[in-house]
Design a protein around this ligand. Structure first.
Ligand code: UTP
Length: 505
C-alpha cells in the first residue's frame, strides 16, 4: 500500500475503509507514517486474523472443554522433582550442577516484559514499578541485583568470573522507556552489553464486528502478540544466534511481575540439566481447587497447561490418597529451555502455536474523532502463550517449589483482593524476615523492645518486623548466619552491602 489510492482499494476490499476516515486531516508526515504502517499489514493474514478473532470470540469457551477430563492425567511422578519432594543431598547436588553451568557461562535469563500491564494500570512498564519497599527498589532493580549475586556465587564456588546474560523481550509499549530506565540507572551495575533488549511483534486489536480500531487519526490500535510471541521475536531479532555466540545453552524464562523470582535458579537449572530435559516448568502447589491458575498436566499423552476455565469443577476437586489435589501443578510462568529446543520451536513450530482469545478494553477514536475509553471489553486480542510449546518437548520435566518462597506476582492495583503492590511487598518482606530469623537474628522496635516472633504462613501478612535484605547480600537466604547470628536488629532495617560490612565488624 504505497499510495493513498492503493490503500483505499485494498482496505475497501477488506471492509476496513473506515481506517482512512481522517486521511484528509493528516499532515504530510503523518500520511507517510500511516501508509508505512498500513503497508506492513499482510492483507491475507489480516483478513484471516479478523475472521478468526471474531469467530473465536463468539465461540469462546465459557465452560469446561467437552471430553477434556477423560483425556487429562496428572504429571507422572517420574517427571517431577521439587523442594518438598526431594531430600536435602539431592537438592544440593542439583544446586551444584546449576552453579557449575552458570560458572561456565552456559546459562542466561530471559524476561518476558512486553505486556501492557493493563490491570495494574500505570503508564510505564511494570518492571519500573516500586512496590514500596524500604529501599524503594523497582522490580528491575531487584532482578538486576539477583543476576549480579548469582554470578558472584558461581564465580566464588568455581573460581572463574562468569556472566549470566539478561535477554529482555519488550514491545512497542515498553522498549523505549525500559531502555531509558536502564541507561539512567547505569544498568544497575550490570555490563550493558550483557543486557540484550529486543522487541516482539504487534497485531491489530479487532472489534466484535470484525473491524479494526483507530487509536489516533493516523494509527491503528495494536497490541503485542502475547508472551508466546517470544518465539517469533527470537527469530526476528537473531537472539538465538547471539546466545550461540556467547556459548549459552540453557535459558531460564520468567515474567516481569513475580517479585520473588529466583533468576537463573541453580537448583532448577541443575535439576533440568541432570534430567536431560529440553523443556521444564516450575510449578507451585495449587492452593484450592477453584484457584484461577493453569495446571501443568498431560492431555492425550501430551504435556500442556490446562486453563482453570477449561477444567470441570469435579476434576479440579479430585484428591489423592493423602488428601492432596490430583491436579495441583500450578503454572507460574517460570520455564527452562535448552537453546536447541528453542531453535527447533522457532524453526518448525512457532507458526502452529495456538491462538488464545483475550477480550480487552481497546481505546479508540469514534466517528467524530473523539477518543473513547471503554468501561467494558469492546475488542478482541489474539495472543500466543509461552507455555504452548510444552507439547513439542522430547523430555519435559516439572519442578515444584514453595509458593511463599518463589511466587508472588504483581498483577492488580491496590484495592484488588489478590496480587497487588501490597501483597508483593509483604511477600518479599515476610521472606526476608524469616531468612533473618533462621540466621539467628532477633528484632527490636524503635523503642528497643523485643518484637514477638511470628510463624511462617503461606498467606503472607505484614511481617511483625521490617527487614529488607539486598540481593547483593543474599541471593536466597544464604550467607546470613555470620552477619545476623545473635544480633538484635532495630527495625525497620535494610541489610545492604554497607550494613553487612558494619555487622561483620
Ligand atoms: P500478563 O498475562 O499478566 O499480562 O503477562 P500483562 O500485559 O503484564 O498484564 P495485563 O493482563 O494487561 O494486566 C504475563 C507476562 O507476560 C508478559 C508480561 O510482560 C508479563 O511478564 N507479556 C505479556 C509479554 O511479554 N508480551 C505480551 O504480549 C503479553
Amino acid at each position: 500500500m504505497k499510495t493513498f489510492e492503493e490503500a483505499k482499494t485494498r482496505l475497501e476490499l477488506l471492509e476496513q475503509s473506515h481506517l482512512l476516515r481522517f486521511w484528509s486531516e493528516l499532515s504530510e508526515e503523518e500520511k507517510r507514517t500511516f501508509l508505512a504502517e498500513l503497508s506492513q499489514l499482510n492483507v491475507e493474514e489480516l483478513q484471516d486474523h479478523c475472521r478468526g478473532a471474531t469467530k473465536a470470540a463468539f465461540g469462546q469457551q465459557t465452560s469446561p472443554l467437552d471430553g477434556l477430563h477423560q483425556e487429562m492425567e496428572p504429571v507422572p511422578p517420574e517427571f517431577i522433582g521439587g523442594i518438598k519432594r526431594s531430600d536435602q543431598n539431592t537438592l544440593v547436588d542439583w544446586e551444584n550442577e546449576g552453579i557449575l553451568q552458570i560458572s561456565q557461562n552456559k546459562v542466561a535469563v530471559l524476561l518476558l516484559a512486553g505486556g501492557q500491564g493493563t490491570r495494574l494500570g500505570v503508564p510505564y512498564p511494570k518492571g519500573m514499578y516500586n512496590v514500596g519497599l524500604p529501599s524503594q527498589k523497582t522490580l528491575y532493580h531487584i532482578q538486576a541485583q539477583r543476576i549480579r549475586k548469582v554470578q558472584e556465587l558461581a564465580a566464588g564456588k568455581c573460581g572463574s568470573k562468569c556472566t549470566v546474560p539478561w535477554y529482555i523481550m519488550t514491545s512497542e509499549f515498553t522498549l523505549d522507556p525500559t531502555e531509558k530506565f536502564f541507561r539512567e540507572n547505569h544498568h544497575f551495575g550490570l555490563e550493558p552489553s550483557n543486557v540484550v533488549m529486543f522487541e516482539q511483534r504487534m497485531i491489530p486489536a479487532v472489534g466484535f464486528d470484525g473491524k479494526l480500531f483507530l487509536q489516533e487519526r493516523g494509527k491503528i490500535a495494536m497490541a503485542p502478540d502475547g508472551n508466546g510471541g517470544l518465539y517469533r521475536a527470537l527469530l526476528d531479532n537473531l537472539i538465538l544466534e547471539d546466545m550461540e555466540r556467547r556459548g549459552v545453552e540453557y535459558l531460564h524464562v520468567y515474567c516481569v511481575d513475580n517479585i520473588l523470582v529466583k533468576m537463573a535458579d541453580p537448583v532448577f537449572i541443575g535439576f533440568c540439566v541432570r534430567k536431560g530435559a529440553d523443556c521444564g516448568a516450575k510449578v507451585v502447589e495449587k492452593a484450592y481447587p477453584e484457584e484461577p491458575v493453569g495446571v501443568v498436566c498431560r492431555v492425550g499423552g501430551v504435556f500442556q497447561v490446562v486453563e482453570y476455565s477449561e477444567i470441570l469443577p469435579e476434576t479440579a476437586k479430585l484428591r489423592g490418597p493423602a488428601g492432596e489435589l490430583v491436579y495441583s501443578a500450578g503454572n507460574i510462568c517460570n520455564h527452562f529451555f535448552t537453546r536447541d529446543f528453542l531453535r527447533s520451536v522457532t524453526q518448525q513450530f512457532q507458526g502452529d502455536l495456538k491462538q488464545h482469545v483475550a477480550l480487552k478494553k481497546v481505546p479508540y477514536l469514534d466517528e467524530d474523532g473523539n477518543l473513547v475509553k471503554p468501561s467494558k471489553p469492546n475488542g478482541i486480542k489474539m495472543e500466543k502463550y509461552v507455555f504452548d510449546v510444552f507439547q513439542f518437548s522430547k523430555k519435559f520435566v516439572v519442578f515444584e517449589v514453595l509458593r511463599e518462597e518463589e511466587f508472588s506476582p504483581l498483577k492488580n492495583a491496590d484495592g484488588a483482593a489478590l496480587d497487588t503492590p501490597t501483597t508483593a511487598r509483604r511477600s518479599l518482606l515476610a521472606q526476608h524476615y524469616h531468612w533473618a530469623l533462621a540466621a539467628g537474628a532477633t528484632f527490636l522496635d524503635h523503642q528497643g523492645a523485643p518484637i514477638p516472633l511470628k510463624p511462617r504462613t503461606v498467606q503472607d501478612d505484614e511481617p511483625p518486623a521490617v527487614c529488607e535484605i539486598s540481593p547483593l547480600v543474599s541471593y536466597f537466604g544464604e550467607g546470613l548466619d555470620h552477619l545476623l547470628k545473635d544480633k538484635a536488629i532495630t527495625c525497620p532495617f535494610i541489610l545492604d552491602e554497607v550494613a553487612a560490612e558494619k555487622l561483620k565488624n
